[in-house]
Write a protein that binds this ligand. Structure first.
Ligand SMILES: NC(=O)c1ccc[n+]([C@@H]2O[C@H](COP(=O)([O-])OP(=O)(O)OC[C@H]3O[C@@H](n4cnc5c(N)ncnc54)[C@H](O)[C@@H]3O)[C@@H](O)[C@H]2O)c1
Length: 438
C-alpha cells in the first residue's frame, strides 16, 4: 500500500519507518526542509534506539522516501497520516491544533484521489469533525474519509511499541476506510495485536483517557512515597505489593520526581480543558496535574535539605536531563524545574546526560555540561540522579565518593540501595524509602 506521513517527528518518523518495514511504500513529508534533507542522507534528527538502522534499511530498499512536497506524496496514497505536533496552547492549556488544521488544508489542496485521512496526532474530541469540515469546505469534490488512529508508542521503545502494540485503536464508521486501515495494519493483526474499531470521537478520547490514567498512577505512587518517608515505609515494596494485583498492575508505579515529557503534561491539561468546556470536569485529573507540578519543585527542596538547608554557592552535579532514558527529548522534563529551582536557590549546576545535552542547551541557562558522570561528581557538594539511564546504574561508587567535595547523593529514581550507599559513606536520600542518617 502507499502511505503519506505528514510530520517526520518522533511519531511520524517511527510510524513511517515501521510501516515501510512492513512492506508498504511510505513517503514522509515535513515542512522542515533541513530535517528532510538530513533524513534523505540517512541522518536521524532525534535519538531513538534502532531508528537509524530501520530508516537506512528501508531507504535502501526504496520503500521509504522523504520530501517537502505533499502533492507528490499524495498522488498515489491510499492513506495520509497527520502526525504533526499538538503542543499546549500558550496561556490556556488547550491543545494547539494549528498544525493539524494546516495539514488538513494542505491535504485538501493536494488531494487527487480517494484517500483515507488518518489523524495520528493526539487531538481533542471533535477534531476529526473539524478536519473533515475543513477539507470538505476547500474541496467539495474530494473523496475522502477522516479516521482517528491515536498512537500509543513510548519514546525510547518506540519501534517495539509500534510493531508490537497492546492494541490499535481505529475510530471510524466508514466501511471503506475500515478496510484500508485493516489492510495497513494487517502485518500486526496477524501477530494478534487487537484492532479495536470505535467511533471517531471515542478513539480521540481513548488516547487522552489512557495518558491521564497513567499520569494518575504516577502521581498516586508519588504521594504514597511521601507518606512512606513520613511513616517509615518503603514505596518500592508498596508498589510491588499492590502491583502484583492484576487489577492494578505493576507498570507506572515507580516513585520519582514526577512525570514530564512531550505527552503527559500537555495531554492531561488538554483533557481537563475539554472536560471543563463540556461541563463534565475531570477533577481527579485536575488534582493529578496540581500534585505533579508541586512535586518537581519539592524535589529541589529535597536536594537543598540534603545539603543541610542551603544551596547558595554550592556545586550540584546532575545525572540525567531528559524526561526519561533512551531519548534526547527534553520537552517538560522534570530536570528543567529542578535545576531552575536549585539555581534560584543560588546553586551552581553541572550536568551530564548521555544523549540530551544538545536539546538541554536550548532550554536551560547557566549549566555546565560535562562528558561523564564522574566529571559531574568531581568537586560537587551533591550529586542528584534525575533520569535513570542504564549508564548510571552501575557507577564506580568508590570513585564517585573520592571525587566529590561532600558525599551527598540524592537519588530521585531509587536506583541504588540505601544500605549500600550508607556503607560506602554517602549521605544518601532517595524517594519514599527510609532516609539515610548520614
Ligand atoms: N512523542 C511521543 O512519544 C508521542 C506518543 C504518542 C503520541 N504523540 C502525539 O503525536 C503527535 C506528534 O508528536 P511528535 O512528538 O512526533 O512531534 P514532533 O514535534 O517531534 O514532530 C512534528 C513534526 O511535524 C512537522 N510539521 C508541522 N506541521 C507540518 C505540516 N503542515 N506539514 C508537514 N510537517 C509538519 C514538524 O516540522 C515536526 O517535524 C502529537 O500530537 C503528540 O501528542 C506523541
Amino acid at each position: 500500500m502507499q502511505v503519506a506521513m505528514i510530520g517526520a517527528g518522533y511519531v511520524g518518523l517511527v510510524s513511517g519507518a515501521c510501516f515501510s518495514d512492513f512492506g508498504h511504500r511510505v513517503t514522509c513529508v515535513d515542512t522542515d526542509a533541513a530535517k528532510i534533507e538530513a533524513l534523505r542522507l540517512g541522518r536521524i534528527p532525534i535519538f531513538e534506539p534502532g531508528l537509524e538502522d530501520l530508516v537506512a534499511t528501508n531507504l535502501a530498499a526504496e520503500r521509504l522516501f522523504f520530501t517537502t512536497d505533499l502533492a507528490g506524496a499524495l498522488e498515489e496514497a491510499d492513506a495520509v497520516f497527520i502526525a504533526v505536533g499538538t503542543p499546549s496552547r500558550r496561556g490556556d492549556g488547550h491543545a494547539d491544533l494549528s498544525y493539524v488544521y494546516q495539514a488538513a488544508r494542505d491535504i485538501a489542496r493536494a488531494s487527487r484521489r480517494y484517500t483515507v485521512v488518518v489523524t495520528k496526532s493526539t487531538v481533542p474530541v471533535g477534531t476529526g469533525d473539524e478536519v473533515e469540515r475543513i477539507i470538505r469546505e476547500l474541496r467539495p469534490d474530494a473523496e475522502f474519509a477522516v479516521v482517528s488512529n491515536p498512537e500509543f508508542l513510548r519514546e525510547g521503545a518506540a519501534i517495539t511499541d509500534f510493531k508490537r502494540p497492546d492494541r490499535i485503536v481505529v475510530g471510524t464508521e466508514d466501511e471503506r476506510a475500515k478496510q484500508v486501515m485493516t489492510d495497513l495494519y494487517r502485518p500486526l493483526y496477524l501477530n494478534q495485536a487487537p484492532l479495536l474499531f470505535t467511533s471517531r470521537r471515542t478513539a480521540e478520547l481513548t488516547k487522552y483517557a489512557a495518558n491521564a490514567f497513567l499520569a494518575t498512577k504516577i502521581a498516586f505512587i508519588n504521594e504514597i512515597a511521601d507518606l512512606c518517608e513520613k511513616v517509615g515505609g518503603n514505596v518500592q515494596d508498596v508498589a510491588r505489593g499492590i502491583g502484583l494485583d492484576n487489577r492494578i498492575g505493576s507498570k507506572f508505579l515507580h516513585a520519582g520526581p514526577g512525570y514530564g515529557g512531550s505527552c503527559f503534561p500537555k495531554d492531561t491539561l488538554a483533557l481537563i480543558k475539554t472536560a471543563q468546556d463540556h461541563g463534565a470536569p475531570t477533577r481527579i485529573v485536575e488534582t493529578v496535574v496540581a500534585v505533579n507540578d508541586h512535586r518537581k519543585r519539592a524535589m529541589a527542596r529535597k536536594v537543598i535539605q540534603a545539603l543541610g538547608g542551603s544551596a547558595r554557592g554550592r556545586t550540584i552535579g546532575i545525572l540525567g536531563l531528559t524526561f526519561k532514558p533512551n531519548t534526547d527529548d527534553m520537552r517538560d522534563a522534570p530536570s528543567i524545574s529542578i535545576i531552575t529551582a536549585l539555581q534560584d536557590a543560588g546553586a551552581v549546576v553541572r550536568a551530564h546526560d548521555p544523549e540530551g545535552v544538545e536539546q538541554a542547551r536550548l532550554v536551560l541557562d547557566n549549566v555546565t555540561y560535562v562528558d561523564s558522570p564522574y566529571e559531574a561528581a568531581s568537586g560537587a557538594d551533591a550529586l542528584v540522579i534525575v533520569t535513570e539511564w542504564d549508564a548510571f546504574r552501575a557507577l564506580d561508587l568508590k570513585r564517585i565518593r573520592g571525587l566529590m567535595g561532600q558525599p551527598v547523593v540524592v537519588d530521585l529514581r531509587n536506583i541504588y540501595r540505601p544500605e549500600e550507599m550508607d556503607g560506602l559513606g554517602f549521605v544518601y536520600s532517595s524517594v519514599g524509602r527510609e532516609l539515610s542518617q548520614g
